[in-house]
Design a protein around this ligand. Structure first.
Ligand code: GDP
Ligand code: K
Ligand code: MG
Length: 292
């Protein structure tokens, strides 16, 4: 039986309604959502799993990369999240001014199908909606334009049908079992990765990988062990920092977010391990899930 899977990038200005739309799209089918988790390629905000498809919604991974500085650096964000999106949703508040700028140039350059979602149409007249549709036809000429009210779940199903129509044939990217600790493990490792991205210069984040080696659920606490894999002793030293200070920081920040995510107290221990040249070693890549 054929199976579809892909990444849907939701881009747009702050407060356009991206999160609200995503929640409406994911709806009851939501297997997991986190505003925190980051991956190398995408910031995953929600995954929809069905027998025949898996949709991975994501936005703005650029925010975790220090080089982009201010989170408002929307160009950077758009740039990043477009890299390998299978489908792009540009969400725009019908009331916002969307000036001509590079963002649109970047969007125009992607080869992925684009939908413009004019959101919050509950706050405007039919004429205003029509005018905006004209505007977007002229400015971007996307594959399709929707008028939605994500807040009131109006016309969100049309957006969903567009996604399902454009989703590529592909095996699932992530485990499809329902909310098990596998999923939680994945997000826990992503939270740790995010902290490493935030706390270290660029070489370190890109040469590390995180493996959750233990995830023990007790009544009042989860005991989590993680291995941080690096390629060289020098990287291990940087990660740990003088007197272990840096790693301690990673642990403190990560624990806070993981507790918020799991809604439970956790005990987190982390070990840094050197595996020379792990990127080139196939069996390791395999066990990290980069190849199937
Ligand atoms: P994001 O920053 O793009 O993720 O935007 P949010 O999803 O957080 O929404 C920003 C604000 O707009 C929130 O107060 C939402 O309740 C509101 N909002 C989102 N969608 C709609 C809509 O369709 N109609 C109206 N009236 N408000 C909306
Ligand atoms: K917001
Ligand atoms: Mg949001």
């Amino acid at each position: 039986m054929s199976h579809k899977a892909g990444f849907v990038s939701i881009v747009g200005k702050p407060n356009a309604g991206k999160s609200t739309l995503m929640n409406a799209l994911v709806g009851e089918k939501m297997s997991i959502i986190t505003p925190k988790a980051q991956t190398t390629r995408h910031r995953i905000i929600g995954i929809v799993n069905e027998e025949e498809y898996q949709i991975i919604f994501s936005d703005t991974p650029g925010v975790i990369k220090p080089k982009y500085g201010l989170q408002e650096s929307m160009m950077g964000m758009v740039n990043e999240s477009l890299v390998d999106a299978d489908i792009v949703l540009l969400v725009t508040d019908i009331n916002e001014r969307f000036d001509e700028n590079d963002i649109l140039e970047k969007i125009k350059k992607t080869s992925s199908p684009i939908a413009v979602v004019i959101n919050k149409i509950d706050t405007s007249t039919q004429e205003e909606v029509e005018a905006k549709i004209e505007y977007w036809k002229e400015t971007l000429n996307p594959e399709v334009i929707f008028g939605t009210s994500a807040l009131h779940d109006y016309n969100v199903d049309a957006v969903m049908n567009f996604i399902l129509d454009k989703l590529p044939e592909h095996p699932a990217y992530y485990e499809k079992d329902t909310l098990t600790d596998r999923n939680e493990r994945f997000f826990v490792s992503e939270i740790i990765r995010e902290k490493i991205f935030k706390l270290y210069q660029k070489e370190i984040p890109y040469s590390t990988e995180i493996i959750i080696t233990a995830f023990k659920e007790e009544e009042n606490i989860n005991r989590i062990s993680a291995e941080i894999i690096v390629e060289r002793d020098s990287q291990k030293n940087i990660l740990i920092g003088p007197g272990g200070q840096m790693l301690k920081k990673v642990g403190t920040y990560a624990r806070k977010d993981i507790e918020e995510f799991l809604q439970k107290k956790i005990f987190l221990e982390m070990f840094v391990k050197v595996i020379p040249d792990w990127r080139n070693r196939k069996n390791y890549l395999k066990s990290f899930g980069y190849e199937d």
